[in-house]
Design a binder for this molecule. Structure first.
Ligand code: ADP
Ligand code: RBF
Ligand code: MG
Length: 183
């Protein structure tokens, strides 16, 4: 089955700093984008939860400098700054890859601000804060949930990744890779 309206929804954004927990707590890094870019995307407002689709990184990136630790901020993200380099992310620059995306308040962590974050199903050699990120959101998987343990959260994310791969293998998804949006 091809993407069902309102999908595909295309989002043109850039990678910002988050809480710094994705890699350290979960071993699942997520490229955060401004939540406002998600809200402006045409997906029905307030639809928090877990999505799947395709992502493309391009442009130059930089190093993230954190001005405080996540612990000092509690449920608010730490202030960050991206110090740009002129390097682009190779060999992934311009390559369209599968992704899963989480939007909302992360009930497991009780954040006080909504976040939008993308885990790209690919092993990168380095981080790419500040890079351009283009997303094709192709479907909704489930609402956000709370969990009894970090391991239960990780297990559910692995399940989301499995489902995303299954959906993306279906007819009608592969050709979105060659959509004009990703050119
Ligand atoms: P933060 O809370 O600052 O987003 P994370 O640990 O969630 O910290 O992610 C750190 C960064 O890791 C992302 O911004 C991105 O630059 C990089 N990264 C490396 N591999 C991936 C991947 N497979 N998917 C998404 N981001 C990745
Ligand atoms: N956080 C939650 O609190 N509940 C969830 O159900 C949840 N599902 C997620 C699903 C995916 C595919 C991803 C990438 C993240 C999910 N998260 C969820 C967010 C997770 O808590 C977050 O990535 C880390 O806190 C790092 O920012
Ligand atoms: Mg993140």
């Amino acid at each position: 089955m091809p993407p069902v309206p309102p999908y595909p929804v295309f989002i043109d954004s850039h990678v910002i700093g988050g809480f710094g927990r994705g890699s350290s707590d979960l071993g699942i890094p997520t490229a955060n984008i401004p939540a406002s870019d998600f809200l402006a995307s045409g997906i029905p407002k307030g639809q928090t939860g877990i999505y799947f689709g395709l992502a493309k990184i391009s442009g130059t990136y930089g190093t993230l400098v954190r001005h405080s630790s996540p612990e000092e901020n509690g449920p608010k993200p730490p202030a960050t700054e991206i110090v740009r380099t002129e390097k682009s992310i190779v060999p992934e620059d311009g390559v369209v890859l599968p992704m899963v995306m989480s939007v909302g308040w992360n009930p497991f962590y009780g954040n006080s601000e909504p976040s939008a974050e993308v885990h790209i199903v690919h092993k990168f050699a380095e981080q790419f804060y500040g890079a351009d990120i283009k997303l094709a959101v192709l479907g909704y998987i489930r609402p956000e949930q709370n969990f009894a343990s970090v391991d239960a959260l990780i297990e559910e994310i692995m399940n989301d990744i499995r489902k995303a791969k299954e959906f993306l293998a279906e007819d009608g998804f592969k050709q979105i890779e060659s959509n004009e949006f990703f050119k």
